[in-house]
Design a protein around this ligand. Structure first.
Ligand code: UD1
Length: 422
């Protein structure tokens, strides 16, 4: 599987081009199941998660033509041979649950193992079920954790989500797009990835309005056709490189970044003293070398709040700035697993329930640490770039699930990182 060796590096400098968004491409690929014609997805990042979903779609009968060296994935789900998702693949990626809505819409049936808990909390899926049941699906979960869903005819409904779940909003949107009548999702997730999915599906002929707000209206149609779509830039990868500039007190030019999508990160980094300049062509310069950086407080929230996926990389930065900071995680119940890894590097962090306090200005030192999850892995790499000596990050397959060419991109900016065999 490999591990990363990260050594103390100088300030990162240069430019980086942000890849297509992992969290946008996955639902879009699942939505390609809704059509019996070919869909072409551009800017699909070469990631482990994209690979796994390609395999899952193929196992359902879709033909998938993946050229990740040019970031193009073509999916043709003319024939769906089975509605049963392989447990081996589903277990490797939680987002596999996203095939449930499209399978119900296309075949009236979906059998899928329950994607279990993970390192950042329990991550239940009852809101997905609540929405699909409201559309008429009968859903049963067996003692062994297999979800069996079927429906004769999906019918539009009004659905209120108790929490604006990203995945539930996406699953319901996909099922509702081919239901009879109108569906309204209230308290819907407003993430940019939801808007990208809606834009993709509207190109397929779906009638979705209001994505990006808390109320989404979907008028069901009988048939969706193939289309071409380019995935939005990854705002979490962009945020990670913004933080790389800040933590190393460097200066990085980010290309292919959607400035509106990273507003909360811009705001918080500015509070720390980072300079951010938006250029005329939309690219962004992030300068961590203008003045000494100071503390700030972070509270993670659904979009447009501060993204939970950047909580751990931001925590790494906060250990290095002067003053004390506070972090509150409101989206996931258990997203501080990685803190003990940063503590191994000398970070002074205390956690209680969903709150963390960070004593800044710590000189981090290299250590053997584990990438406990995808974003925590990125946090370890950022910390390793400024820690004295050498940091060994293991379980990097988590990082490779979500960051395209991570090692190469950091090296191009002057970071001392290499991948070695275990
Ligand atoms: C997506 C992202 C993930 C990000 C998260 C929150 C993808 C592939 N993944 O995950 O990177 O961290 O959004 O921004 O897009 N919940 C329930 N019941 C449900 C569904 C969710 O209680 O039925 C809870 C979860 O346990 C969690 C919170 O809602 O505490 C957020 O989950 P959700 O928005 O659904 O995240 P995902 O779609 O899984």
């Amino acid at each position: 599987m490999g591990k990363y060796i990260v050594r103390k590096s100088g300030p990162l400098r240069g430019e980086v081009t942000i890849s297509g968004a992992k969290n946008a491409v996955l639902p879009i690929m699942a939505a390609a199941l809704l059509s019996d014609e070919e869909c072409t997805i551009n800017d699909a990042p070469a990631l482990l998660d994209v690979d796994i979903l390609c395999q899952l779609l193929e196992s359902l009968g879709a033909s998938v033509d993946k050229d990740l060296s040019s970031n193009i994935v073509k999916i043709n789900a003319e024939k769906i041979m089975t509605s049963e998702a392989s447990s081996k693949l589903v277990k490797q990626m939680r987002a596999s649950i996203l095939v449930m809505g499209p399978l119900l819409a296309r075949t009236g049936r979906a059998v899928i193992p329950l994607p279990g808990g993970c390192a950042i909390g329990d991550r239940p899926v009852e809101l997905h079920f609540k929405g699909l049941r409201a559309l008429g699906a009968e859903i049963k979960v067996s003692m062994t954790g297999i979800v069996k869903a079927h429906v004769d005819k999906l019918r539009g409904a009004e659905i209120y989500l108790d929490f604006p779940s990203v995945g539930a909003t996406e699953n319901i949107m996909m099922a509702a797009s081919m239901a009879e009548g109108i569906t309204i999702i209230e308290n819907a997730a407003q993430e940019p990835e939801i808007v990208d999915l809606a834009n993709f599906m509207n190109k397929m002929g779906a009638k979705i309005k209001g994505s990006g707000t808390d109320t989404i209206k979907i008028e069901g149609v009988k048939h969706l056709h193939g289309c071409q779509h380019t995935v939005i830039p990854d705002r979490i990868e962009a945020g990670t490189f913004m933080l790389a500039a800040a933590i190393t007190r460097g200066s990085i030019l980010l290309k292919n970044v959607e400035v509106d999508h990273v507003k909360p990160v811009i705001a918080k980094l500015k509070e720390c003293g980072v300079d951010i300049v938006i250029l005329e062509d939309g690219s962004m310069v992030v300068k961590g070398d203008s003045r000494p950086l100071t503390s700030t407080d972070i509270k993670t929230l659904p979009y447009p709040g501060f993204p939970t996926d950047l909580q751990s990389p931001f925590m790494a930065l906060l250990t290095t700035v002067s003053g004390n900071s506070a972090v509150i995680e409101t989206v996931f119940e258990n997203r501080y697993m990685y803190v003990k890894e940063l503590q191994k590097m000398g970070a002074k962090i205390k956690t209680q329930d969903r709150a963390a306090t960070i004593k800044g200005a710590k000189k981090l030192k290299g250590a053997k640490v584990i990438a406990t999850d995808l974003r925590a892995g990125a946090a370890m790499v950022l910390a390793g770039l400024v820690a004295e000596g050498e940091t060994e990050v293991s379980e990097v397959h988590h990082i490779e699930r979500g960051y395209e060419h991570f090692v190469e991109k950091i090296r191009a900016l002057g970071g001392d990182i290499e991948k070695v065999d275990d």
